[in-house]
Design a protein around this ligand. Structure first.
Ligand code: UDX
Length: 434
């Protein structure tokens, strides 16, 4: 099939490349000339394991091309995927849909033949209806459908190939057959193909992300209780998750959830519900609890190092919101590091995805190129992101410091082992055995 992806951000680029890899002819279009130039030279502007290779392979096979020429891209395709950003409006919970609507107007202006328009961007319930209103002059020429993506950063290619489900929302039933054909390689491997109304699909995406955010926040709050009551959160997660009705995934306690989706989508859902005068009180509490979590974790650092942090050397292992990505959006580090530096601490950080522009201007914050130089002489090591290379470190060898203290926000290590090695070890939701 001939596909056009508008927007070469995370969603558009990964989906476009993977669609090409299963035999479609895909054109990815973006107004950012630098990005398109980079892509045409065969390198990905985003960090995603395996993506560079897949782009090169499909580019060389001439199934995948990149352009800034929207008119040409639209007219050479039958299905147009809207993959532009839907950020939160500054100072509110509302979703900024201006990029989606701009894109719709462009499609109306440029397209000559009948097209299927698919919103892949996460949009509030009813957005497809708004798109339809913009296209009303030539409504018959378009089918507007919703096909939300559920790709996780760092695991996006695998998630595209083996999704749990594919959701297609359309008020025009004829489109289901075409979309089923497009996704046949995954459906043949056993993926559920769910069809619903357009509004239904839009809401499935928001409700899914808000539910996952709720699950994480719930276990994080139970972890707080575990710390006080001397229980191990991992026992609780295992015990709860073994109930099939609950499920074991997304029950890992840790820092506040972050990334490009959960913080934005929980807010977007609350604001969409407000429009219908529905109070989503649970989701509102989740947003609040997650925002407050950073304070709770910094208070813990004070407990470990004392109230005066002046000249204390704190070393972070990992600063991205999760491993296998360079994405810093809503990472706990963005609040934690500036706070600690303001209190006079000297912060070093190492992250496998490299130095971060977000910390360049912060006084007392320094990027180091490897684990050893990052941690040497530290008063406290904060393990924030669970990159593989942090999972089996021999801290005694890395840091020749008798008073070594570690705050492991991902529970990667055994408290008992640490005690045996005479390391003061603090983690999340476990009894303190120091
Ligand atoms: C998420 C959704 O999973 C995906 O379906 C959607 O399309 C985009 O948003 P992503 O943001 O890439 O994906 O990461 P995810 O792996 O879901 O993690 C999100 C946040 O939750 C991270 O901060 C992660 O550390 C945290 N998390 C996740 C936990 O704290 N505990 C868990 O058990 C799982």
């Amino acid at each position: 099939m001939k596909l056009c992806m508008i927007g070469t951000g995370y969603v558009g680029l990964v989906s476009g490349t993977c669609f090409a890899d299963i035999g479609n002819e895909v054109v990815c279009v973006d107004k950012d000339e630098k990005k398109i130039k980079k892509l045409n030279q065969g390198s990905s502007p985003i960090y995603e394991p395996g993506l560079d290779e897949l782009i090169k392979k499909n580019f060389l096979a001439k199934r995948l091309r990149f352009t800034t020429n929207l008119k040409d891209a639209i007219n050479s395709s039958d299905i147009i995927f809207i993959c532009v950003g839907t950020p939160t409006k500054k100072g509110s919970l509302k979703v900024d849909l201006s990029f989606v609507f701009k894109c719709t107007k462009d499609i109306l202006r440029f397209s000559k033949k009948k097209k299927i328009i698919v919103t892949k961007s996460t949009v509030p319930v009813g957005t497809g209806d708004e798109i339809e209103k913009i296209l009303k002059k030539r409504k018959k020429n378009f089918s507007i459908i919703s096909n939300p993506e559920f790709l996780r950063e760092g695991e996006a290619i695998r998630d595209f190939r083996y999704p749990d489900r594919i959701v297609i929302g359309s008020n025009d039933k004829n489109v289901f057959k075409i979309m089923k054909k497009l996704y046949l390689p995954s459906i043949n491997k056993g993926t559920k193909f769910i069809t619903t109304t357009r509004r239904g699909a839009e809401l499935i995406k928001y409700a899914s992300n808000a539910f996952l955010a709720t699950k994480i926040t719930f276990i994080n709050e139970v972890a707080n209780l575990c710390e006080k009551s001397g229980v191990n959160i991992e026992d609780v997660s295992l015990g709860m998750g073994s109930d099939n009705r609950i499920g074991s995934r997304f029950l890992r306690a840790g820092p506040a959830y972050g990334g490009s989706c959960f913080p934005k989508d929980t807010k977007g859902l609350v604001s969409a519900a407000d429009k219908y005068k529905i109070n989503l009180s649970v989701v509102k509490s989740v947003i609040k609890s997650n925002q407050e979590r950073v304070n709770l974790l910094t208070q813990r650092i004070h407990k470990i190092l004392g109230s005066n942090l002046k000249n204390k050397k704190i070393s972070f292992l990992g600063v991205t919101f999760k491993p296998n990505t360079d994405d810093m959006r809503d990472s706990t580090s963005l609040k934690m590091i500036p706070y600690l530096c303001k209190k006079g601490a000297k912060v070093n950080y190492y992250d496998p995805s490299g130095e971060k522009k977000e910390f360049k201007k912060i006084k007392n914050c320094k990027y180091t190129k490897n684990i050893k130089s990052n941690c040497s002489g530290a008063d406290l090591i904060v393990l924030l992101t669970e990159w593989d290379e942090f999972k089996s470190l021999d801290f005694k060898k890395i840091v020749k410091n008798g008073k070594l203290k570690i705050y492991d926000l991902r529970n990667l290590y055994s408290a008992e082992e640490m005690k045996k090695n005479k390391i003061k070890y603090f983690s999340v939701g476990r009894p303190n055995i120091n």
